[in-house]
Ligand binder design. Structure first.
Ligand code: ZN
Ligand code: ZN
Length: 370
């Protein structure tokens, strides 16, 4: 994928102007990639492959010896600054040279320790400046996808569906959840996925009542629900898909719960469109499940945005403090679920592309039909 970061930087600079900020310090791995093209990923909270400083006119990628070649190759629109002693000291120099007074930073990603170090270094250097916490400045830009981003996500979904189909045919009673999860991961990687979008979830029997179960030694048995939640990653972009299956003859209870969850999903997929409030989007599916008497068993949000991160804006949540208006061009999951402790659960997760007049279901894999 050819990524042009220039319009992204221009859009961010509009936001900086609107907030009267002289610059933004970017510590998030995904935001760094989005704005610079630099694909390195931070694996630990306490280590970084580099930070971006985006000012009204300039863009710097501050990194160390290990990443300098890589950064220069992938981030031609950033001036790569290689620090020797400390990232903080290198940043302070840039802040002084640029005369920056009002600096935004990503409060969700800059650790308390790093914040303390940076502000101390800036104070020691007698920089007269304000540190202004920001949330969602870049995430808001990432919410609406370009056609190249949509294409990458579609490809990641096709690969996800292919591997799911293969593994579903291979699954057999007696296999452990962990073995099945490894089979998913192995096939994803062998068929071209850049690792996994997230560690696959395989939850068998009563474990399927735990929405984010970690696969363990529990064994797959006929007649019990099995939740599989998985996603490939291609060109940096994630897929996210869940299907619930059962080996052998579906039990009457499985059919009942599965049909209910599918009806809730269809209701949401038919009703979601740009301009709708995200709380109302969640309610489309939730009302179906509440009416059937299982409201308490649907304890998570209806969905979330997907892109470079497997969970990003928008949030299709019942909580008003996370409410937003759905935007055309954003991609979100629609994943209602019903979880009954002791028995298990059913979750069905599609991805949709939101248009002005409706939602296009990107997931092509089908469902049980009785
Ligand atoms: Zn998922
Ligand atoms: Zn999801």
């Amino acid at each position: 994928m050819v990524i042009d970061v220039k319009p992204r930087l221009a859009a961010l600079r509009d936001s900086l102007a609107a907030k009267n900020l002289d610059g933004l310090l970017v510590a998030s791995t995904d935001n760094r990639r989005y704005l610079s093209g630099f694909t390195a990923r931070d694996e630990l909270l306490t280590e970084t492959c580099g930070w971006l400083l985006i000012t009204r006119r300039e863009a710097f990628l501050i990194t160390d010896f290990r990443y300098q070649e890589w950064a220069r190759q992938e981030a031609p629109h950033c001036e790569v600054k290689v620090y020797k002693d400390s990232l903080g000291a290198a940043l302070a120099e840039l802040l002084r040279a640029g005369g920056l007074r009002r600096l935004g930073f990503e409060s969700a990603y800059l650790s308390v320790r790093n914040y303390q170090r940076l502000t101390e270094i800036a104070a020691d250097a007698r920089l007269e400046m304000e540190w202004l916490p920001q949330e969602g400045l870049v995430e808001e830009l990432r919410e609406v996808k370009s056609s190249e981003e949509v294409t990458a996500i579609r490809k990641a979904l096709r690969l996800t569906e292919k591997v799911f189909t293969e593994v579903a045919a291979w699954l057999a009673p007696g296999l452990s959840e962990r073995r099945a999860a490894w089979e998913i991961e192995r096939r994803l990687r062998e068929e071209g996925s850049e690792g996994v979008a997230f560690p696959p979830i395989v939850a068998a029997g009563p474990n399927s009542a735990r929405p984010h179960h970690h696969p363990g030694e529990a064994v797959i048995r006929p007649g019990e629900p099995i939740i599989i939640d998985m996603g490939a990653r291609l060109e940096g972009y994630c897929a996210d898909m869940t299907r619930t299956l059962i080996l052998g003859e579906p039990t009457p209870r499985f059919r009942e719960i599965y049909t209910l969850v599918r009806q809730a999903q269809i209701r949401a997929e038919e009703g979601i469109k740009a301009g709708l409030n995200s709380v109302d989007a969640d309610a489309l599916a939730r009302e179906v499940i509440v009416r059937a008497g299982h409201g308490e068993a649907f304890g998570h949000s209806l969905g979330h945005g997907v892109g470079l991160a497997v969970h990003e804006a928008p949030s299709l949540s019942p909580h008003k403090d996370r409410a937003s208006t759905l935007k055309a061009g954003s991609i979100a999951t629609v994943e209602p679920g019903v979880y009954l402790p002791g028995w298990g659960g059913v979750r069905l997760e599609d991805m949709v592309l939101i248009h002005p007049d409706g939602a296009e279901v990107l997931t092509e894999l089908g469902f049980y039909e009785w």
